[in-house]
Design a binder for this molecule. Structure first.
Ligand SMILES: [Zn+2]
Ligand SMILES: [Zn+2]
Length: 106
């Protein structure tokens, strides 16, 4: 599985080995230059540096022939509870939350 990790020394991304070293950290070893460094594999918000994130799977659609859309894959993104609260995405212009109960949904 390809991660966005490259060796900070030689910028190789092919010969990296990771092993957990506790506390949620990962120690990475580059077989190309024998460099070692640790990395926090938990995603962090690039804005507030918080780690209070939620998963945000994005379905990648692509137009195939005609007007049909086909699913190319699912890309996992993260949203930050602090900077990107889910409520912002609710459409309709009102400040209320989504209607919790619609008629007939008991
Ligand atoms: Zn390296
Ligand atoms: Zn944030």
């Amino acid at each position: 599985m390809a991660l966005d990790i490259v060796c900070p020394t030689c910028e190789s991304d092919e010969h990296l080995n990771g092993e957990p070293v506790g506390d949620g950290l990962l120690r990475l070893t580059c077989a190309a230059c024998r460099g070692q460094w640790t990395r926090d594999p938990r995603p962090k918000c690039p804005i507030c540096r918080g780690d209070d994130l939620y998963h945000l799977p994005q379905v990648i659609l692509e137009k195939s022939r005609g007007t049909q859309m086909s699913i190319q894959g699912i890309h996992l993104e993260y949203g930050c509870h602090q900077c990107q609260p889910k409520e912002v995405k609710v459409r309709g212009g009102s400040m209320h939350h989504l209607p919790g109960r619609l008629n007939g949904s008991q």
